[in-house]
Design a protein around this ligand. Structure first.
Ligand SMILES: Cc1cc2nc3c(=O)[nH]c(=O)nc-3n(C[C@H](O)[C@H](O)[C@H](O)COP(=O)(O)OP(=O)(O)OC[C@H]3O[C@@H](n4cnc5c(N)ncnc54)[C@H](O)[C@@H]3O)c2cc1C
Length: 467
């Protein structure tokens, strides 16, 4: 049996290693950080448990829910708690239920506004039908065209454009239709369907459908407990996890094996392997290959990229802070604020509560290098105005950053990805998977599903003896 080395110890890397270890394949994982779980890690600081923005576990696949919840119970002796679903969106000074649905649009915003939204939607539908008839349909080549077509021009102008551009920091016509600022990729009629609780039978649900119809689960001390349980299981089954190692180079050897060079505390170590699965950011992995990838492939890695993420945790005396677990914002430096006690009461001391203030940015922006004090200074005026926290009551703050958080679906990203993947396919014994590893906007359960499927696919190759 070939030995497998997995780069990255997030949900995808651990998913691959878990399944391989179950199949008795020798497996080792290399992870950069000192806590396991990547974006789904929970960082422990002074007795506080901090996610990269609260992460709940959800899935439409019963087999994944069963596998994860059974493992959780096996590791912690308790069921993973479920969570009440309640989110709101600040829109034109009013908190609307979220995701935005047709009921909000019609009943909770001023009549003139809802009239404009609905009439503009139907005008747009009429226009599109005429274009179709005349065979002059514009291809949905960017997010702006797609959103105008699906939601009408008025809703695009007052909601989708400002929200999307605030989140991504990129004009809507430079983003692909599949861009999802959060859960808004929802057609008018799907919204209607959700509103009237019609059963969704499709296998693949949209993000909005996933969030509005599936059971949410949240572990007592943060989502990292789930990833921690998977890591324990991998080790129990004989797999190894090397923490704190930064992969620097991926050398393809003439015999089809690989030598991966990783650094820890200024020292380099070589890991030899017959088969390699990378879940580290795609752009990094491709640029680490030795011999180097062709020039056009390297160029393509510069044309795609990741949006970064900052979470500012603000600790205050224990009180009820928000009217729902989380609030989404347009027109603020932050996109989402969550009240952590509503996720679990065990994330901070009994007499305290905390909010997670989530900000998306590009790593080329000044804010990426801000200290927690600077981030607080940027946000506090709005936090006070929105009645969330007052500066005087703040007991502590913490800051978490993730450089590679959201793959950016630029309008032309698919052609660059195709070139990269076509090249990677030519490398034997090498696979990529995961949110950052394969440039896919997916959740934890989807990462696990993709990883399990990948293992099933590669098993015949691993069984072939030799190097
Ligand atoms: C703000 C936010 C909220 C989210 N909320 C939810 C939610 O509620 N529910 C949900 O299911 N999903 C949620 N997600 C998505 C979820 O976090 C991801 O789908 C999942 O964690 C991705 O796992 P991954 O292993 O593919 O990638 P990652 O978690 O990014 O793993 C990649 C790993 O590679 C490591 N790495 C990088 N470079 C190197 C290197 N050079 N050497 C060694 N290791 C390296 C990283 O440290 C990391 O551990 C959210 C994501 C974000 C950003």
């Amino acid at each position: 049996m070939k030995k497998v080395l997995v780069l990255g110890g997030g949900a995808s890397g651990l998913g691959v290693a878990w399944k391989l270890a179950e199949k008795k394949v020798p497996v080792e994982v290399i992870e950069l950080k000192n806590e396991i779980g990547g974006l789904a890690a929970t960082v422990r600081k002074d007795g506080y448990y901090l996610d990269y923005g609260p992460h709940y576990f959800l899935s439409e696949r019963p087999e994944i829910i069963k596998k994860v919840t059974e493992l959780f119970k096996e590791d912690f002796g308790k069921e993973m708690p479920t969570l009440k679903r309640d989110a709101k969106l600040l829109f034109r000074g009013k908190f609307l239920n979220y995701p935005l649905n047709i009921k909000n649009i019609i009943f909770e915003i001023p009549l003139t506004e809802s009239f404009l939204i609905v009439s503009s939607y139907f005008c747009r539908q009429l226009l599109e039908s005429v274009k179709k008839l005349l065979k002059k349909e514009a291809p949905e080549k960017n997010f702006e065209i797609w959103a105008r077509k699906n939601f009408g021009d008025y809703l695009f102008k007052i909601f989708f454009k400002p929200y999307t551009e605030q989140f991504w920091g990129i004009p809507c016509d430079k983003l692909a239709p599949r861009t999802l600022p959060t859960n808004t990729r929802l057609s008018f009629f799907k919204a209607l369907k959700l509103l009237f609780h019609m059963k969704i039978t499709k296998k693949n649900l949209s993000l909005a459908e996933r969030e509005t119809t599936l059971i949410l689960r949240y572990p007592f001390k943060g989502i990292g407990m789930v990833l921690g349980a998977i890591a324990h299981k991998i080790k129990k089954l004989g797999g190894k996890i090397h923490m704190g190692y930064e992969v620097k180079k991926i050398k393809k050897n003439p015999d089809g094996s690989f030598t991966v060079t990783a650094a820890k505390g200024g020292k380099s170590k070589d890991f030899k392997t017959d088969f390699l699965v990378s879940t580290i950011p795609l752009t990094l992995a491709v640029n680490m290959l030795d011999p180097q990838a062709p020039e056009d492939v390297i160029k393509s890695t510069k044309k795609i990229g990741f949006l970064s993420f900052i979470a500012l945790y603000i600790v205050v005396p224990n009180r009820n802070i928000l009217s729902s677990s989380y609030l989404y914002f347009v027109g603020r430096p932050y996109n989402r604020i969550s009240e952590m006690r509503k996720f679990s009461p065990y994330l901070c001391p009994k007499d305290e509560n905390m909010v997670a203030v989530e900000i998306s940015c590009h790593d080329s922006e000044k804010i990426w290098n801000y200290t927690k004090e600077q981030v607080l200074d940027l946000c506090i005026k709005f936090l006070e105005k929105d009645g969330i926290v007052k500066r005087g009551e703040i007991k502590k703050t913490f800051l978490l950053k993730a450089r590679y958080a959201y793959p950016i679906y630029y309008h032309d990203h698919e052609e660059h990805l195709d070139g990269i993947f076509d090249y990677l396919k030519t490398i034997p014994n090498f696979e990529v998977t995961g949110r950052v590893g394969k440039y896919l906007y997916v959740d934890i359960d989807q990462c696990l599903t993709n990883s399990f499927n990948l293992v099933d696919e590669i098993m015949p190759k691993l069984k072939k003896a030799g190097k």
